[in-house]
Design a protein around this ligand. Structure first.
Ligand code: URA
Length: 239
C-alpha cells in the first residue's frame, strides 16, 4: 500500500498532515528516508519509523462503548447524534457497530472494522447470548419467566428462541433478560407480549464481552488483551 495511506491509517493524521511529515524527511522505511507518499510499503513486513517511533499498522480495531441514550447506531443521521460522535471514526472510515441498539437503549456496544468478527457474534446461527437489564412498568411474574423460557410468537415468521428472564425479589420491575437472537426491538416486543412496557433498557453483556463499569455513558475504550483473545476465539469458532 502507499506510504502516505499507511501513515494516515496508522493514525498519523490526514493526508495533508502526513504529506508534511514526509516532506520534513522524518520517515524511514527499512532504514532509508523516504519522502514520496506514493512509495509502496508492505504493512506486514516493512519497518516504518517516524523519528524514533516504529509505526505498526493495525488492520483491525475494536472498541467497547457504553452507548448513551439519545444516539443512533448509524454512520450519519439527519436528526440524532450517532455513536460515531462518541467513538471518532478512524482514518480508514470503515468502523461499524456490531448489531444495533435503539435510540433510547444504553449500554454495551462493540464498534469495529472486523467484518468476520462481527459476523461471528451477530449471525443468527451462532446463538450468542445478549443480556439486558430492563425496567418494566409492572412487576415480573412467574408466568412471564415461563413465557420467555418457552419462546413466543411476536408476529415474526418463527417464534422466539428460549430466553431467560430473572429478577431480584426486592425489585421485581428490574428484569434481566438474556436472548440468543437479535431481532428488531426484540426485548421490547417480548416484554409487550407479556403485557409489560420497557421504560428503560441497558445492554450488559454480549457473549463474553461485558459492559465495563468504569465507562460512563458516552465513554469508550479499546479492547483489552483478554477481549482481543475472545475475538480470536469467536472468529475461530471455539466459543
Ligand atoms: N431489544 C430492544 O427492544 N431494543 C434494543 O435496543 C435491543 C434489544
Amino acid at each position: 500500500m502507499r506510504l502516505d495511506r499507511f501513515l494516515s491509517e496508522a493514525g498519523l493524521g490526514s493526508r495533508s498532515q502526513v504529506k508534511k511529515i514526509l516532506k520534513d524527511n522524518k520517515v524511514r522505511v527499512n532504514g532509508s528516508f523516504v519522502q514520496d507518499g506514493k512509495f509502496q510499503v508492505n504493512p506486514e513486513s516493512d519497518e516504518v519509523f517516524v523519528g524514533n517511533d516504529r509505526i505498526l499498522y493495525q488492520q483491525y480495531e475494536y472498541y467497547l462503548l457504553n452507548k448513551p441514550k439519545g444516539c443512533v447506531c448509524a454512520n450519519s443521521d439527519g436528526k440524532y447524534p450517532t455513536v460515531f460522535d462518541y467513538v471518532p471514526m478512524n482514518a480508514k472510515k470503515d468502523l461499524f457497530t456490531v448489531g444495533r441498539l435503539d435510540l433510547d437503549t444504553e449500554g454495551l456496544l462493540i464498534i469495529t472494522n472486523d467484518g468476520a468478527f462481527s459476523h461471528s457474534i451477530m449471525s443468527p446461527k451462532k446463538h450468542v447470548d445478549k443480556t439486558y437489564l430492563a425496567l418494566w412498568d409492572k412487576e415480573a411474574t412467574a408466568d412471564d419467566v415461563e413465557s420467555f423460557q418457552l419462546g413466543m410468537d411476536i408476529g415474526d415468521e418463527k417464534t422466539t428462541k428460549p430466553a431467560k428472564l430473572s429478577c431480584d425479589e426486592k425489585s421485581p420491575r428490574d428484569v434481566y433478560i438474556t436472548i440468543s437472537e437479535g431481532r428488531y426491538h426484540q426485548v421490547k416486543r417480548m416484554s409487550a407480549k407479556v403485557g409489560k412496557e420497557v421504560l428503560e433498557l441497558k445492554r450488559l453483556q454480549v457473549g463474553k464481552f461485558v459492559l465495563d463499569g468504569n465507562l460512563k455513558p458516552g465513554e469508550y475504550r479499546k479492547f483489552t488483551k483478554e477481549e482481543l483473545g475472545y475475538v480470536e476465539q469467536y472468529k475461530g469458532g471455539s466459543v
